[in-house]
Design a protein around this ligand. Structure first.
Ligand SMILES: Nc1nc2c(ncn2[C@@H]2O[C@H](COP(=O)(O)OP(=O)(O)O)[C@@H](OP(=O)(O)OP(=O)(O)O)[C@H]2O)c(=O)[nH]1
Ligand SMILES: [Mn+2]
Length: 186
């Protein structure tokens, strides 16, 4: 490495490679909000929660956060992720990817039962993912959702989060506030 390349230079390069990969993969996607926010705002927002709030600086966790919805929501394959970013990142993305071939109620149920068995790194990504989505719901109701569907999403998220506890006090505290506002006790 050249003398003028900082020690963390290669980490920065890896993070930007992931952000760029995710931006290209999600380029045609929009969030379900009325503003039609670009989808990439979500994975970047998840990674931002991890560094700013949870103080997580593990490279593979931040990479997985940026890539976490690429396989679930675009044509990206796990093979592609492994070739580009290695086995560990691919494994983390796999842990946070729902099987979209399953019926929705089963996917949602599997998140609740599988949460306690996830690795610590995957739990971090899952907590940040839920926190970002719940904040989005408080900011704007997605197109086609009513108050009841929003409340049910909060109730389901609280059950998933119950299985992720003991992972990040900062994120769990923020999530608890949101559940309290919704009068959810679990
Ligand atoms: N709150 C919110 N969510 C939006 C918006 N646009 C897209 N989403 C995505 O919608 C998903 C939640 O909606 P659902 O109807 O419950 O699930 P589904 O899309 O998987 O069928 C989340 O997927 P996910 O990230 O894979 O997480 P998860 O819900 O599967 O944990 C979230 O990222 C938006 O404007 N607001
Ligand atoms: Mn997500």
């Amino acid at each position: 490495m050249a003398d003028n390349v900082p020690v963390f230079g290669n980490h920065i390069q890896e993070i930007i490679r992931c952000a760029n990969f995710a931006a290209i993969k999600h380029k045609h996607q929009r969030r379900k909000d009325t503003d039609q926010t670009p989808y990439i705002n979500h994975p970047i927002g998840v990674a931002f929660i991890l560094t700013e709030e949870a103080k997580v600086y593990d490279l593979s966790v931040i990479q997985a956060a940026l890539l976490h919805d690429t396989v679930e929501d675009t044509d990206t394959t796990f093979k592609e992720i492994e070739e580009q970013f290695g086995k560990e990142v691919m494994g983390l993305v796999k842990e946070v990817t729902d099987d979209k071939t399953l019926p929705k109620h089963q996917r949602k149920y599997l998140q609740i039962v599988n949460a306690p068995h996830a690795t610590n790194k995957a739990k971090l990504v899952k907590l940040a993912d839920k926190l970002h989505n719940l904040r989005d719901l408080n900011r704007q109701t997605p197109n086609g959702w009513n108050d009841r569907r929003v409340q049910e999403y909060f109730e389901w998220a609280a059950r998933v989060v119950a299985g992720l506890r003991g992972t990040s006090s900062a994120m769990e505290k923020e999530l608890d506030e949101l559940f309290k506002e919704r009068k959810i006790t679990i």
